[in-house]
Design a protein around this ligand. Structure first.
Ligand SMILES: Cc1ncc(COP(=O)(O)O)c(C=O)c1O
Length: 452
């Protein structure tokens, strides 16, 4: 009998998050205060985040215990399954062994709740009554809506305007869980009003929606801001994914040669990959290849410089050293809304810089072709973001077909595509297109990088 899925018992769920900071061969460059240019202090971040989350940004210890109250909520959907993709292997006629870690089982349909519930929990504990956030395609906004429902907190979500109108069902999920969702740019903040005055038809961007959510939070005493990716504490909470996967590979009696995940801000990739990077650094599995996949039209890691930049358009966030296309860059409207971000997690950027992670960029059409192959073999319909990881993993499996090697490949299956059927419709009806790399726009945006 071929075992298709590797399931951990609830009692086998990891009870700590893995913090890679003390294991890094070189420390992360400091995050800088946008006003003074000096390294930020925990107090600088206090208007936005509760102290326990801020301390996780700088934490010196390797493991951080997951509070019992959070473990209880995780157990609603965790441990998530690890699948062996036998049908995909057959469809590709490859000797590679393909596995995928399936985060779609959360109530919101992706990996995002792993950090959403942790962020809501620490804010609630600090007495915060209301959160604000941004969302692109709506995955993050819906995850945080669910988290705020669990902890009885108010939430206002600034949703990138183009997605707000393209994806009404994600908005309705947020409203079902009790959150308020407005299209960004909105008239509710100065950042939004400025953009509307400049361009009333602006489709919005994640960078702008972040500016709105931060401005809203800074302006109210009862409110904090919550970010769904990029920051160290977000990637930390996601490491439960990779830690579970390692236990599941023990059950399967093997270890991946290649780990592949898609990158927008870097959180699902970081969460899956960082526990495997740990083994690369400590020498127990030095040769594992760890691949971060991004869209060719928003190629932060493969084409951007490694430089200090803002996380948002209105220059309200601290300066982070990261691969960036420039904080004013508006990525083309690819369907993988969660990958349309100008920057990248400083941790993922650092791992790329150290040569521990390899970046690749793939075009939109090829990702949907991969998503269709996956749906027609494994059955599951994947999010357009996830299709980027599937594409790169399939390319590796096809190389194995040529070479005859039987490599073990792990895909981070970050979410389902049930609310992305319009994108599949565009592909299936021949209307989907590739977007050329917008070299001129990036060149222009890079002229606005802050001088550090
Ligand atoms: C399903 C899915 N995968 C991946 C991403 C990319 O984000 P991150 O790089 O933070 O994992 C998103 C973001 O919205 C998403 O919804």
């Amino acid at each position: 009998m071929q075992q298709k899925k590797f399931l951990l018992e609830e009692k086998e769920m990891p009870t700590s998050w893995y913090n890679i900071l003390p294991d890094l061969p070189e420390p992360l460059p400091p995050v800088l205060h946008p006003g003074t240019g000096q390294p930020i202090t925990p107090d600088d971040l206090a208007p936005l985040f509760p102290m326990e989350l801020i301390m996780q940004e700088f934490h010196p210890e390797r493991y951080i215990e997951i509070p019992e109250e959070l473990q209880e909520i995780y157990r609603i959907w965790r441990p998530s399954p690890l699948y062996r993709a036998y049908q995909l292997e057959k469809a590709l006629d490859t000797p590679a062994k393909i596995f995928y870690k399936y985060e779609d089982v959360s109530p919101a349909g992706s990996h995002k709740p792993n950090t959403a519930i942790a962020q809501a929990y620490y804010n609630k504990k600090a007495g915060v009554k209301r959160l604000t956030t941004e969302t692109g395609a709506g995955q993050w906004g819906s995850a945080l809506s669910m988290a705020c429902m669990f902890f009885k907190m108010e939430l206002k979500v600034y949703m990138v305007k183009v997605s707000y109108f393209q994806k009404p069902y994600r908005r309705l999920m947020m409203e079902t869980w009790g959150a308020t969702c407005v299209p960004s740019p909105s008239p509710d903040t100065k950042a939004g009003r400025d953009m509307l005055a400049q361009d009333p038809d602006s489709p919005g961007s994640l960078g702008l929606a972040i500016s709105e959510a931060v401005e809203d939070a800074v302006g109210r005493d009862d409110t904090h801001y919550s970010l769904g990716s990029v920051l160290n504490h977000v990637l930390l909470h996601q490491t439960i994914i990779g830690q579970e996967a390692k236990k599941q590979f023990e059950m399967a009696g093997c270890y991946p040669d290649i780990v592949v995940g898609c990158v927008g801000g870097g959180s699902n990739f970081g969460g899956l990959a960082i526990p495997f990077v740990q083994d690369k650094i400590n020498g127990s599995h030095k040769n594992t290849r760890i691949i971060a996949v991004e869209p060719e039209s928003c190629p932060t890691l493969t084409k951007g410089p490694y430089a200090y930049d803002f996380g948002d358009v209105a220059m309200m966030t601290p300066l982070m050293k990261m691969f960036t296309l420039g904080h004013t860059f508006m990525p083309p409207p690819v369907h993988a809304g969660g990958l349309r971000y100008h920057g990248m997690a400083p941790l993922v950027s650092h791992l790329v810089k150290l040569g521990l992670v390899e970046p690749v960029a793939v075009p939109q059409m090829a990702t949907f072709e991969a998503g269709i192959t996956f749906a027609r073999s494994e059955g599951f319909i994947s999010a357009p973001e996830t299709n980027h990881a599937i594409r790169a993993a399939m390319d590796e499996a096809l190389k194995c077909r040529e070479s005859g090697e039987s490599k073990t490949i792990l895909i981070g299956h970050s979410g389902h595509g049930h609310f992305d059927m319009a994108a599949y419709d565009a592909y299936l009806s021949g209307k989907l297109q590739d977007y050329a790399y917008p070299a001129d726009k990036v060149k222009e945006a890079l002229t606005h990088l802050p001088k550090v």
